[in-house]
Design a protein around this ligand. Structure first.
Ligand code: NDP
Ligand code: 8X3
Length: 249
C-alpha cells in the first residue's frame, strides 16, 4: 500500500524520519516545515519524484493555503496527513512562564494543526484517508513545567477523538499518537539551544528515536482499512511513571 502523504515538521526528528520511512516504501511525501534548506536536502536525498518540499510556518494561514494551492501533479490527492509539527518552549512553572512562549505553542500545536486539518478534510474524505496526530504522554500525565505544552497535547488527543466521531461513516481513520521521550531536536528547542541540557536528558536513557516513532506511524498508516487505532501511547523502556507531590507546612 502506498499513496500521497503530507507530513508537517519534516525538517527534523520524528517528521524527517517519517518522510524517509514513507518515501522509502514508495509513498509520495509532501514535506513541510519552516527551514527550506532542510526540506531541499530531503528532496536531494530522496528524489523530486518522491518528495515535494512545501515550506511554510504552521502559524501562517495564507502560507498554508498557498502551499496547498500549488502542489504539483502527483502530490494533490492526499491520502494521509501526519500532523507532527510542534514544539515545547520552556520548563518554567505557570507562575514564572513567558506568555509569548505559551502563545507560540498554542498557535503552532493547536491553531496550526486544526487549520491544516480543516483545509485537508475534503480531500481526505474523498480519498477515505487517514489523519495521524502527534500528541504526547504529556496529554495524560501532567508534570511540573509542562503546563501549556501538556495542554496543547491534551487538545490534540481530544481533537483526534472528536474527529473520529465527526468522520463516522466517511471511512477516514484518525489516530492520536502519544510518545514519551524520543531523542530529537525537541529538547534543544525547548531549552533555547542548550545542547548540554539535551545531552543530559537523553544520556544513558536509551530514549526512543525519531525512527522508532516513524516505524509506528508507518505501521498505523498501513493497517488494513477497516482497522482504526484510536490512540497509541509509547515510551522507551527506561521511562515510566512517578508519584504525586505533596506540599507540607
Ligand atoms: P523536533 O524539534 O526535532 O521537530 C519539530 C518539527 O516541528 C520541526 O520539523 C520543525 O520545523 C516543526 N515546527 C515547529 N514549529 C513550527 C512552525 N511554526 N511551523 C512549521 N513547522 C514547525 O522535535 P520532534 O521531532 O520531537 O517533534 C515532533 C512532534 O513530536 C512535536 O509535535 C512534539 O511535540 C511531539 N513529541 C515529541 C516527543 C519527544 O520526546 N521528542 C514526545 C512526544 C511528542 P522547522 O523548525 O523547520 O519549522
Ligand atoms: C514530549 C514528552 O514528557 O517531554 O511531548 O512532555 S515530554
Amino acid at each position: 500500500m502506498s499513496g500521497v502523504i503530507l507530513i508537517t515538521g519534516a525538517t527534523s526528528g520524528i517528521g524527517r524520519a517519517a518522510a524517509r520511512r514513507f518515501a522509502g516504501a514508495g509513498w509520495k511525501v509532501i514535506a513541510t516545515g519552516r527551514r527550506q534548506e532542510r526540506l531541499d536536502a530531503l528532496v536531494a536525498e530522496l528524489g523530486a519524484d518522491q518528495v515535494h518540499a512545501a515550506p511554510f510556518d504552521m502559524r501562517d494561514e495564507a502560507a498554508i493555503d498557498a502551499a496547498l494551492d500549488t502542489l504539483p501533479e502527483g502530490f494533490r490527492d492526499i491520502d494521509v496527513l501526519i500532523n507532527n509539527a510542534g514544539l515545547a518552549l520552556g520548563t518554567a512553572t505557570a507562575q514564572e512562564a513567558d506568555l509569548a512562549q505559551w502563545r507560540q505553542m498554542i498557535d503552532t500545536n493547536i491553531t496550526g494543526l486544526v487549520t491544516l486539518t480543516h483545509r485537508l478534510l475534503p480531500r481526505l474524505i474523498a480519498r477515505k484517508g487517514a489523519i495521524l496526530n502527534i500528541s504526547s504522554v504529556a496529554a495524560t500525565y501532567p508534570y511540573k513545567g509542562g503546563n501549556a505544552y501538556g495542554g496543547t497535547k491534551a487538545f490534540v488527543r481530544q481533537f483526534s477523538l472528536g474527529l473520529r466521531a465527526d468522520l463516522h461513516g466517511t471511512g477516514v481513520r484518525v489516530t492520536s499518537i502519544e510518545p514519551g521521550m524520543a531523542e530529537t531536536e525537541f529538547t534543544l528547542v525547548r531549552t533555547g539551544g542548550d545542547q548540554a541540557a539535551s545531552d543530559a536528558l537523553y544520556g544513558g536513557a536509551a530514549p526512543m528515536t525519531g525512527e522508532d516513532i516513524a516505524e509506528t506511524l508507518f505501521w498505523v498508516a498501513t493497517l488494513p482499512p477497516h482497522l482504526n487505532m484510536n490512540a497509541l501511547e509509547l515510551m522507551p523502556v527506561s521511562q515510566s511513571f512517578a508519584g504525586f507531590q505533596v506540599a507540607r507546612d
